[in-house]
Design a protein around this ligand. Structure first.
Ligand code: 3PG
Length: 217
């Protein structure tokens, strides 16, 4: 049985740090090393994706690292993954898109969801289903900062976590937008650092990311 914090809300999760690292692990052991390295660098919220077979085991191990770490499951593309991830210890879920079936499955599983949107119609569906915070994916290919500014007119209360194509350099500009609460990205875990098992480099990148400033909202 995984030990983890009681279910919290996505609003609480996104306040834990300015950057949510998007993670894909080759093995659960690699996941544990990286998760510990990120936590050591001050990153307390992780998105461990189901892109690899190690995802669920890595979620289980990461959720045991510390009582104040929030481990989420990423790349939810099938409704049934919500319950599996919750069982493994995930405290929240992130999906690249949204369907009513996925929404229902996340409610059923008790897994707060940060659903992906890319178009106004996606946003309207998300708002109809009650979401106040969504992921904007893939952020840079879909228009980046200009698109987020354009969304702010028709959807002034909606908050975004842009993810996809964001760099340490561009993150600050995204975080300065009035409708951005945090950003997601994979830059904290470069392939070369993982291959070299350079956990100190992961901690260094995590520290820099956790120190990025964002306006209090
Ligand atoms: C992804 O698609 O892998 C995530 O959204 C992260 O994107 P990034 O690798 O461009 O940060």
């Amino acid at each position: 049985m995984a030990t983890h914090l009681p279910t919290t809300s996505v609003a609480d999760i996104v306040r834990l740090g300015p950057v949510i690292p998007v993670l894909a692990f080759e093995t659960a052991e690699q996941g544990e090393h990286v998760s510990r390295a990120l936590y050591a660098g001050g990153v307390k919220v992780l998105e461990i994706t189901l892109r690899t077979a190690a995802g669920l085991d890595a979620i289980q191990r990461a959720s045991r690292i510390a009582p104040d770490i929030a481990v989420g499951v990423g790349t939810i593309t099938k409704p049934e993954q919500c319950a599996l991830a919750k069982q493994a210890g995930a405290q929240f879920g992130v999906s690249p898109g949204l369907t009513r079936e996925m929404h229902d499955a996340s409610i059923e599983a008790g897994l707060p969801l940060l659903p992906g949107v890319m178009t106004p119609s996606d946003i309207i569906l998300a708002m109809e289903l009650g979401y106040e915070i969504v992921k904007f994916f893939p952020a840079v290919p879909a228009g980046g900062i200009a698109m987020l500014n354009a969304f702010h007119g028709p959807f002034p209360t909606l908050k975004f976590c842009p993810t996809g194509g964001i760099t340490p350099e561009s993150a600050t500009n995204f975080l300065a937008l009035p409708n951005v609460v945090c950003v997601g990205g994979s830059w904290l875990t470069p392939k070369a650092a993982l291959a070299a098992q350079d956990w100190a480099e992961v901690t260094r990148l995590a520290r820099a990311a956790s120190e990025l400033s964002r306006p209090v909202r």
